[in-house]
Ligand binder design. Structure first.
Ligand SMILES: [Zn+2]
Length: 605
């Protein structure tokens, strides 16, 4: 493996000395990633004079730029629409459609991101306004019959310009998006589809809000252990979480039963949602909502999905029984109930690890993990992550880092902006955002992709370097799997670029990267103690990697059960069985623990 490291070093030196790209851009060569990410400095003022705009977009020096960009996009879109509908057009239809989609996505995706990530109110308001305007344009385009007819005609009769297999596929995807909104239906039905879509959107939001709401219950008759744990208002107790990590089994049990107790409001919302989704699918010509959702996915249709889930169920059954036996043993041979699972598995995993989490974190400084990612990408794809100075005004907060992704022979492939640190008002989900998708340009050059990787690392300046817990390392690797997919999926059309592929394929590169975060052969090359620079000891490494396999079967079985439930809810109309009765029935077949009467964990959060 030392040989391997030398190869990385040689390649890095080669890149620094010979890449033409590096001469053109402002790459900081002296500092390795580890130093930059371990001690993040807030040196980038984002309101300095003579600055560049957000993401290097000149107009976005000030929030007013969003208004300029909005107007320009509107004019561009009108031009593309006219070109598409012109019988004497001079270009391939799908190319114009992709350009139209590119204009809208470049602004909509960026504005959507800035709306949630920027800390300045003027930028938030301007980007919000921009999102609303783009949505209005999109809605208008979605109901433009001329656009739809042009596309349909090209698919039926072929384009008058050369049309490859790839062109046809992308054309069909555009057509499918149109038909999702019912454009191909007679006016009355089309309006019905629009109404159903709006109803589904609102009901979905109401369902999510209801699921997150704490339970407010009468204090009378509740056990002391519950009354002590949660706060009260007058004679009501507010149960905001299920206490699943509590050491007290009685508290776990009663909190579970109260927090997940049957909830007429949520059940009604779920019924309404499923009913409307089913009506929507039937109106659009699909046998069920699942058929509609799975079209254009790798899985293709609900029959294949259920075949896969049933095979997985058979494979998991005996393995998960072993997991539940392990839990039972740790539970003093008492029966394991649903409220025990999280507590027991966590406790067993912690005992297995033997060392405290902070001991593990000492070997996973953020900088070393970034070097690890760079090493893996270098070995797998011949690419390097190079730190590039962010200019004043280019970022949306003070601690934003920019990485240029460069290939050894092909040069610059795109940019990854890193927004890693927690701040007030920031969304809590670790995520990957596409700001600009890649696509082939008419002069044979390539529109390089721009993405953001967002994490929520907690770090205080006087705490030493940024250290990650093993779970956060996996998240970092997962999100970088998405980011590199966006960089390497260099398709001709941005409509299918990188993570814009089939949704069930999109998680593959990210999950693959998680495996690299848990492989001893890989970890030992970058996990070094931040003080001593010693590699992670063999014993810790073994414990860490083997802990990933603990309860893998029972945890996967839970996900399998949710998937089956999802399939059943969306494959057929609910007739005699309620969502909760169906849950109880399926739980027997697809999960290792029985359903607890009068609880609805599937519609809680
Ligand atoms: Zn993902």
């Amino acid at each position: 493996m030392d040989k391997l490291r030398n190869m990385i070093l040689r390649k890095t030196v080669y890149d620094i000395r010979h890449s033409g790209y590096l001469k053109r851009c402002n790459v900081t060569l002296a500092k390795p990633l580890s130093e930059l990410f371990n001690y993040p400095k807030s040196k980038f003022k984002f309101f300095a004079k003579n600055q560049t705009g957000l993401f290097g977009i000149h107009e976005l020096i000030s929030f007013e730029g969003f208004y300029t960009l909005k107007e320009r996009t509107q004019i561009e879109c009108d031009d593309f629409v006219n070109e598409i509908c012109n019988p004497n057009r001079k270009r391939n239809l799908v190319t114009i459609f992709d350009q139209l989609s590119n204009s809208l996505c470049c602004l909509a995706d960026m504005a959507e991101f800035i709306r949630t990530a920027h800390s300045d109110k003027s930028f938030i308001a301007a980007s919000e306004d921009c999102c609303i305007s783009i949505n209005t344009i999109v809605e208008r385009l979605n109901t433009n019959k001329d656009l739809y007819t042009s596309l349909k005609q090209v698919i039926t009769d072929g384009d008058k310009y050369l049309m490859t297999e790839e062109d046809r596929h992308v054309c069909e995807l555009f057509l499918f998006d149109f038909e999702l909104n019912g454009i191909h239906l007679e006016e009355k039905k089309r309006q019905y589809v629009v109404d159903l879509n709006n109803f589904i959107l609102i009901t979905g939001q109401q369902f999510m809000i209801a699921a997150e709401k704490p339970r407010v219950v009468d204090r009378t008759g509740l056990p002391d252990v519950l009354l002590k744990e949660y706060s009260s208002i007058v004679d009501k107790l507010i149960v905001g979480h299920p206490s699943s990590q509590s050491e007290d089994p009685i508290l776990r049990e009663v909190a579970f039963k109260v927090f997940y107790s049957s909830n007429a409001e949520s059940e009604q919302l779920l019924d309404n949602l499923l009913e409307c989704r089913h009506k929507l699918a039937l109106t659009c010509g699909f046998p069920s909502y699942a058929h509609r959702a799975l079209k254009n996915s790798i899985a293709e249709n609900p029959i294949f999905v259920m075949e896969f889930l049933d095979t997985l169920n058979t494979e998991l059954r005996t393995r998960s029984v072993i997991d539940y036996k392990t839990m039972k043993k740790a539970n003093n041979n008492n029966t394991v109930s649903p409220w025990d699972v999280q507590y027991l598995t966590n406790r067993i995993k912690q005992n297995h690890l033997k060392y405290a989490m902070i001991d593990y974190a000492s070997y996973f400084s953020l900088g070393d993990c970034m070097e690890g990612l760079n090493m893996i990408f270098n070995q797998l794809y011949d690419i390097n992550l190079l730190f590039e100075d962010i200019k004043p005004g280019e970022g949306w907060d003070e601690r934003i880092y920019k990485l240029a992704v460069t290939h050894r022979t092909e040069g610059l492939l795109g940019y990854i902006y890193c927004d890693f640190f927690e701040r007030t008002g920031k969304l809590h989900n670790d995520s990957h955002y596409v700001i600009k998708g890649g696509r082939q340009l008419s002069d044979d050059s390539y529109q390089n992709p721009i993405v953001v990787v967002m994490l929520n690392v907690v770090w205080r300046e006087n705490n030493g370097p940024v250290l990650l817990h093993p779970g956060s390392v996996e998240n970092l690797f997962h999100e970088f799997g998405h980011a590199i997919h966006s960089m390497l999926g260099r398709t001709r059309y941005q409509h299918v670029n990188g993570t814009r592929c089939a949704t069930d394929l999109a998680e593959f590169p990210s999950v693959l990267m998680e495996y690299y975060a848990t492989q001893p052969q890989v970890i030992k090359h970058y996990a070094k103690h931040y003080k001593t620079r010693q590699p992670i000891p063999e014993d810790m490494l073994k414990k860490l990697c083997s802990s990933k396999c603990l309860f893998a079967a029972s945890e996967m079985q839970l996900q399998l059960f949710y998937s089956v439930l999802d399939q059943y809810y969306h494959t057929r109309p609910l007739q005699t069985l309620s969502t909760t009765d169906l849950l109880g029935k399926l739980q027997v077949e697809y999960y290792g623990l029985p359903h607890i009467k009068n609880t609805v964990k599937h519609i809680g959060m």
